[in-house]
Every structure is written in C-alpha cells, then in structure tokens.
Design a protein around this ligand. Sequence first.
Ligand code: CA
Ligand code: CA
Length: 405
Amino acid sequence: MFIHRSCFTFYDHLTERTFITLLILLILLTLSSQTCMDKHQVVGVLRQMEKFLKGQEMRFTEGLRIMKSKLAALQNSPSSRAVCVSPTAPTTCPSLEAPAHGTKFGSKYFVGHEVHFTCSQGYHLVGSATRVCRDNGTWTGISAICKDISECASNPCQNGGTCVEGVNQYKCTCPQNWSGSHCQHHTQTDVNECEVYRLDQGGKLCVHECVNVPGSYHCSCPTGYKLLPDGRSCEDVDECLSQQHNCSRGTTCINTGGGFQCVNPECPRSHGNISYVKTSPFQCERNPCPMDSRSCHQAPKTVSFHYLSLPSKLQTPATLFRMATAAAPGRTGPDSLRFGIVGGNSRGIFVMQRSDRQTGELILVQQLRGPQEISIDVDMSEYSDRTFQAKHVARVHVMVSPYNF
Ligand SMILES: [Ca+2]
Ligand SMILES: [Ca+2]
C-alpha cells in the first residue's frame, strides 16, 4: 500500500503545481481588469508569485527525486514489480489434477482458496496434502503423489536381501549364497553330506534316508522304525513289547518289521478219529488215538506255530528255525529222526536238513524281497529201531518287511 501511495503523491505534485499556476494567473487577470493597480502593486504581486512558484518548484523537484528513487527501488524488487508494473495482479492459480490412485477436493483456484488431496486404500500420500492459491498466482507446497504402501517397510529380507515391492506383497531378492523366502538359508557353504558320502564312499550315509539340511544332515527312518543312537541306523519298534498294539483278547501280538500282527492260530480240523486240542497259544496236541487206528497214529502228534520276521533281501543261506526232539523223562528217545517240508507255498525257497543227531534246521536258500509273507510246514518224524513212533509239525510263518534292516 505504501507503494501505491507513492504513485499518487507523484500525481498530486503535478496537479497541485498546475492548479496553483492557473490560480495566480486568474487572480492577476482579475485584478488588472477590475481594479486599476499601480506599477508597485503589480511588481509586488509578481514577486510574491515568483517566490511562491520557486518554492513550489523546489518541492516539486524534491518530490520528483524521491519518486525516482522509489521507482528505482521498486524496479529492483521482484515482488513489488508485479504490483506496480503490472496493474492487473493474478486472481487465480493454475488448475490442479488429482493424483493417480488418489482424490482431489476443491475445484476453485482463486487466490486464497485451498485444494486437498487424499490417496486410495493401499497408498500413502507423498507431497502436500493441502495447497493454497497465493496472491502471486502460484500454489503453496509441492505436488501430491500416491505411492504404494510399502510391504518392505519392516525390512523382511535377511542377510542383505533386497525387498521388491509387489501388490500387497513383497519378494526378497537374495544375495549369492543365500536362499529362502527371506534369504534365511545359507546355501553355498552348506555341504550336502548325503551326496558327498555317496560319491566319496560309494555307499549310504544313512541306513534308510539321508536328509540334507543347511550346515548339517540327519537320517530318517520309515514309519514303525526308530533311529538308533548311532544316528544312521533304523530299528523296528517292537509294538508288542512296548504295549503299543491294539490286539484284542484271545489274539497274540506278533512284532513285524515296521508293524505288528494280532494272531490266533487254529488247530488242524478234526477228521475221523483224529482231533486236536490247543495246549498253548502256539501249540496243538492230538487227542489220544484208538489203539487200532493207524491213520491216527500217523497224523502229527503235535502242531506248533512259529512266526519269523525277516528283513528284505536277507543274505542266504540263512538258518531260520531249528526243530529238535527230546526224550521224555525216564524213557529212551527215538534213535533216528527224519525231517522234511510237507506243505506250504515255498518249495525251492527253503531246505530242511539235519544239523546234528537230534536237531533239524530250516534254511532259507533264496533271497526274499519284501514285503511278503510265506507259510511253510516242516515235519519231524521219530523212529526207534526203524519203527515209526510219531510225527511233529511246525508251521512257520515268515513275514518279510519292505526294508533290508
Ligand atoms: Ca548339509
Ligand atoms: Ca514292529
């Protein structure tokens, strides 16, 4: 406003001077025409007028000088220049656009008006949320932009991994030697012990399965087996011994490789005058025969049941089972024995042979691959003085596990 007033002061001086000059001339003309003034009076008036005009001129010159210096000061001041040089100051600011993924509030761009910006969900505002149109036709603040809310703000990538922003998720770009969703695994320096052992030693580090882990390895065992303290061998869990079975009453738990079975073997069926009675869970005895029944005497006097659990691919030949006779107290035993395989589904896989005078052996001669189950009947006939005395049958049930341990 000060500058405005200065401008008007300059015009005031000009107007005042012109006005006074005209007034004096008017007075002189009036005086000379109306009254008859003498020469002294006219000279006096003119001198006063001259004095007055000189004073006016000095004031005018002084005013002009002040005016000039103020104009010079004005021209050097950019903010002021707009006011005086351009008499029509801007009344609006340039229009503003809403940022991408955001909204603009306010559509008037007049001086003094405000425009506000907000961002859509998932974005945050960078820049000025509010901008005001200034007198000089420019906006306060800086442009508002909406940026994705950073998923990487929590620095989720470890070990120097670089976080890469995605839509509502992030991805870690791992430096060399590191892997995993958060670059948490050291990869390069880990030795695959399982593989190294296989290549160097040409064997297996673990009896069953080797599991390589960063910085180490461990062995694992199949279901039903436990890892031994050596850390590499597997041993079957004896569910029968550790009472982990669910065998019902009347059945007997038989441990197998990787599991167990609940068994209740049945005695041979009665036919004619031959009948059996169960004397223990795994033994049947023939009831006494009529004296004259030869077929009854020829029938097995005892039938026993045996369960063998074998690993797969057991090295052969392997003695699986021994059968022996013993003389009853106070009586002489048989003087000779004959052994044989009388039934079952395994001819050619086993042989039965005498191992000493009173013992026979069941020998596995073919490698068995599990899982499978085989039943065979082995008999032992007793002779005295080359006369048949009695026959005993052993029913052997072989259970081969899927694993060779
Ligand atoms: Ca390892
Ligand atoms: Ca078992």
